[in-house]
Design a protein around this ligand. Structure first.
Ligand SMILES: *[C@@H]1O[C@H](CO)[C@@H](O)[C@H](O)[C@H]1NC(C)=O
Ligand SMILES: *[C@@H]1O[C@H](CO)[C@@H](O)[C@H](O)[C@H]1NC(C)=O
Ligand SMILES: *[C@@H]1O[C@H](CO)[C@@H](O)[C@H](O)[C@H]1NC(C)=O
Ligand SMILES: *[C@@H]1O[C@H](CO)[C@@H](O)[C@H](O)[C@H]1NC(C)=O
Ligand SMILES: *[C@@H]1O[C@H](CO)[C@@H](O)[C@H](O)[C@H]1NC(C)=O
Length: 447
C-alpha cells in the first residue's frame, strides 16, 4: 500500500507563526493512481493544521494566533490518516512542539502589591517587602524602583529577587504615608522588553521614639517637629489658698510626641518653692510606660499684693513754688524750701509704700512733669514770674490693681531774687525726704 510509505511526524513551530507556515511534508508519494489515496487530519489539535497537497501547514488567523501559553503541554497533537480506496491503510502521529517567543507582559502577583504598614522604627538596610511578578513565558524578571514619588526611601540590591530594602530612616512625625512605583521587566535579548508597573502604598506606623511636649507647641523652627516648651504664667493674690490656677498661654497640658501612640502622661512638680503647689498627676507629665521619656516646662506664679485699701494722697491740694529763671528745668519746692513730693500711701503695705504706683499728670502738661517719686519738674525758662499755675490732676495709679486717685497742685511762679513767702504755709507737710542728689539727678535727666 502506498499509505505504508508514511511515517510519524515530530517537528516544531514558533509561536505566533503566520497562517500557512510550513509544518511538515508528507512522504507518501502520489503515483499515477494517486487519486485512490486520500489524506485526512484528525485528533485533538487537527484544526491547527491544513493540508496543501502533500504538505501540512499551520491554520492560524489574526483571530486565532498560535500562543504557546494557551496550548496544553505546549505541543499540538494530531493524526494523519491515509485512506486507500476509502479504507484506512495508514495512521500517523503528528506532534508539533510550539517554540516559545517572548510575547507576554509580566504581571505582579496582586498579593505582593497590596497596601501595607511598616513601623517607623524599621531598621535601615533591612528588607521591608518583596514584590513578585510572573510572566507566562516563564522568563527571568528584574524589578526596578521608579525614581519618581518616594523612591529615595527604598532600594533593590538584587534586581531579580524583588526584595525591597529600606534605604533611609522613616519618621512618622514627618511622613505617615509613602508611595512607590515598581516596574517588573522581562529579561530578554530583544529590543522591546516587556514590562509592567504597580503602585505601592506604604503606611508608616508610629513607633515610640518621641518625648512628650507641653502645649501649645512652638516648633523650634518651621517644619521641625520639635517643640519649645512654653513657660506657663499666672497671677495669684497674696494669702490665697486652695485655688486652682488659670495659666497663660493655656492650661498646663502635654501630649505624647508619638501622636499615633498617644501614651498616657502623668504630671509631677519637679521643684517647687517650699512645696506650695500641687498638681493633678493625670493631667500633667512623664510618660507612664517609659519613665525615661519626659519633658520639663517652667511655671511662673506671680504673687500679687492683697488689695484691701486703695492708695490715698493725704492732701487734696499740694502747694509749692518755683523761681523763674533761664534754667530749662527746676524742681518745684515747698514753702518750707524743700522738694515738693506728691505721694500716696497704701495701707495694704506695712510702710504705706506701694511699689506699683505710677504718677502722671492729667491732662499732660507742656511745662511740668512728674517723676516716679512724685517730684514735680518745671521748664523754668518757659514760665512767667507772678503766674500761678494749678495742675488739675496728679494721678497716682496702682499698676497692679488699676486703682487711681488724684490730687491737684497749686504752684506759684516767683521772680528771681524775690523773697520766698513763708509763715502762712508752715503747715505744709513734706512726705518723704527726697535726697537732694536724687533731685539733682532728675533735673539733669530732664535737661
Ligand atoms: C482552520 O481554523 C478555523 C478556525 O479558526 C477552522 O474553522 C477551520 O476548520 C480550520 N481549518 C481546517 C482545515 O481544519
Ligand atoms: C517599559 O516599557 C516601555 C515600552 O517599551 C518603555 O518605554 C519603558 O521605558 C519601560 N520601563 C522601564 C522601567 O524599563
Ligand atoms: C498678671 O498680672 C500682670 C500685672 O498685673 C498682668 O500684666 C498680667 O497680664 C497678669 N497675667 C495673667 C495671666 O493674668
Ligand atoms: C496619681 O495620684 C493618685 C492620687 O494621689 C495616686 O493614687 C496615683 O498612684 C498617682 N499615679 C501616679 C502614676 O503617680
Ligand atoms: C501723709 O502721709 C505720710 C505717709 O506717707 C504721713 O507720714 C504723714 O503724716 C501724712 N500727712 C498728713 C498731713 O496726713
Amino acid at each position: 500500500s502506498l499509505c505504508r510509505e508514511g511515517s510519524d511526524i515530530f517537528t516544531s513551530v514558533r509561536e505566533n507563526s503566520p497562517t500557512g507556515e510550513f509544518i511538515s511534508s508528507i512522504n507518501i508519494t502520489a503515483g499515477p493512481r494517486a487519486n485512490t489515496i486520500r489524506l485526512c487530519l484528525s485528533g485533538r489539535n487537527a484544526n491547527w493544521f491544513y493540508l496543501e497537497g502533500r504538505t501540512i501547514r499551520l491554520n492560524s488567523s489574526v483571530f486565532r494566533v498560535l500562543d504557546r501559553e494557551q496550548v496544553e503541554g505546549s505541543v499540538l497533537i494530531a493524526e494523519l490518516i491515509c485512506y486507500e480506496n476509502d479504507i484506512i491503510q495508514g495512521n500517523y502521529r503528528i506532534l508539533v512542539e510550539i517554540l516559545n517567543e517572548n510575547d507576554n507582559k509580566p504581571n505582579f502577583l496582586l498579593e505582593t502589591i497590596q497596601p501595607f504598614t511598616i513601623s517607623e522604627l524599621t531598621a535601615v538596610n533591612s528588607v521591608v517587602f518583596t514584590v513578585k511578578a510572573v510572566d507566562a513565558d516563564g522568563d527571568m524578571i528584574s524589578y526596578i524602583i521608579d525614581p519618581s514619588s518616594d523612591a529615595q526611601f527604598f532600594r533593590i540590591d538584587l534586581p531579580n529577587t524583588g526584595k525591597v530594602v529600606l534605604n533611609k530612616p522613616l519618621d512618622y512625625e514627618t511622613r505617615t504615608h509613602l508611595q512607590l512605583i515598581m516596574w517588573a521587566q522581562v529579561e530578554s535579548n530583544t529590543v522591546d522588553k516587556f514590562n509592567t508597573s504597580a503602585v505601592l502604598n506604604i503606611n508608616i506606623e508610629d513607633g515610640d521614639d518621641q518625648y512628650p511636649h507641653f502645649l501649645p507647641c512652638t516648633p523650634v523652627s518651621p517644619g521641625v517637629p520639635v517643640c519649645m516648651n512654653p513657660t506657663y504664667t499666672t497671677n495669684i493674690t497674696q494669702k490665697h489658698q486652695d485655688v486652682g490656677l488659670d495659666f497663660s498661654p493655656g492650661p498646663i497640658t502635654a501630649e505624647d510626641g508619638d501622636k499615633g501612640i498617644n501614651a498616657p502622661l502623668t504630671y509631677t512638680i519637679l521643684s517647687d518653692d517650699q512645696g506650695r503647689f500641687t498638681i493633678n498627676n493625670t493631667t500633667g507629665e512623664i510618660q507612664v510606660d517609659d519613665r525615661l521619656k519626659y519633658s520639663v516646662a517652667s511655671v511662673l506664679v506671680r504673687v500679687l499684693y492683697e488689695n484691701a485699701f486703695p492708695p490715698a494722697f493725704n492732701r487734696t491740694t499740694y502747694k509749692g513754688f518755683i523761681i523763674q529763671s533761664s534754667s530749662p528745668a527746676s524742681i518745684v519746692s515747698t514753702y518750707g524750701n524743700q522738694v515738693l513730693q506728691v505721694q500716696v500711701s497704701d495701707r495694704d503695705f506695712p510702710d504705706g509704700r506701694n511699689p506699683n504706683i505710677h504718677y502722671l499728670l492729667h491732662p499732660p502738661s507742656e511745662l511740668y512733669q512728674v517723676t516716679k517719686e512724685g517730684v514735680l519738674i518745671a521748664k523754668t525758662n518757659q514760665l512767667r514770674a507772678f503766674d500761678r499755675q494749678i495742675l488739675q490732676q496728679v494721678i497716682a495709679r496702682d499698676e497692679e490693681s488699676g486703682e487711681e486717685v488724684s490730687a491737684s497742685v497749686d504752684i506759684e511762679v516767683l521772680q528771681r531774687g524775690q523773697a520766698v513767702p513763708s509763715g502762712a504755709f508752715k503747715e505744709q507737710q513734706l512726705f518723704g525726704d527726697v535726697d537732694s542728689t536724687l533731685a539733682g539727678g532728675i533735673a539733669v535727666l530732664i535737661l
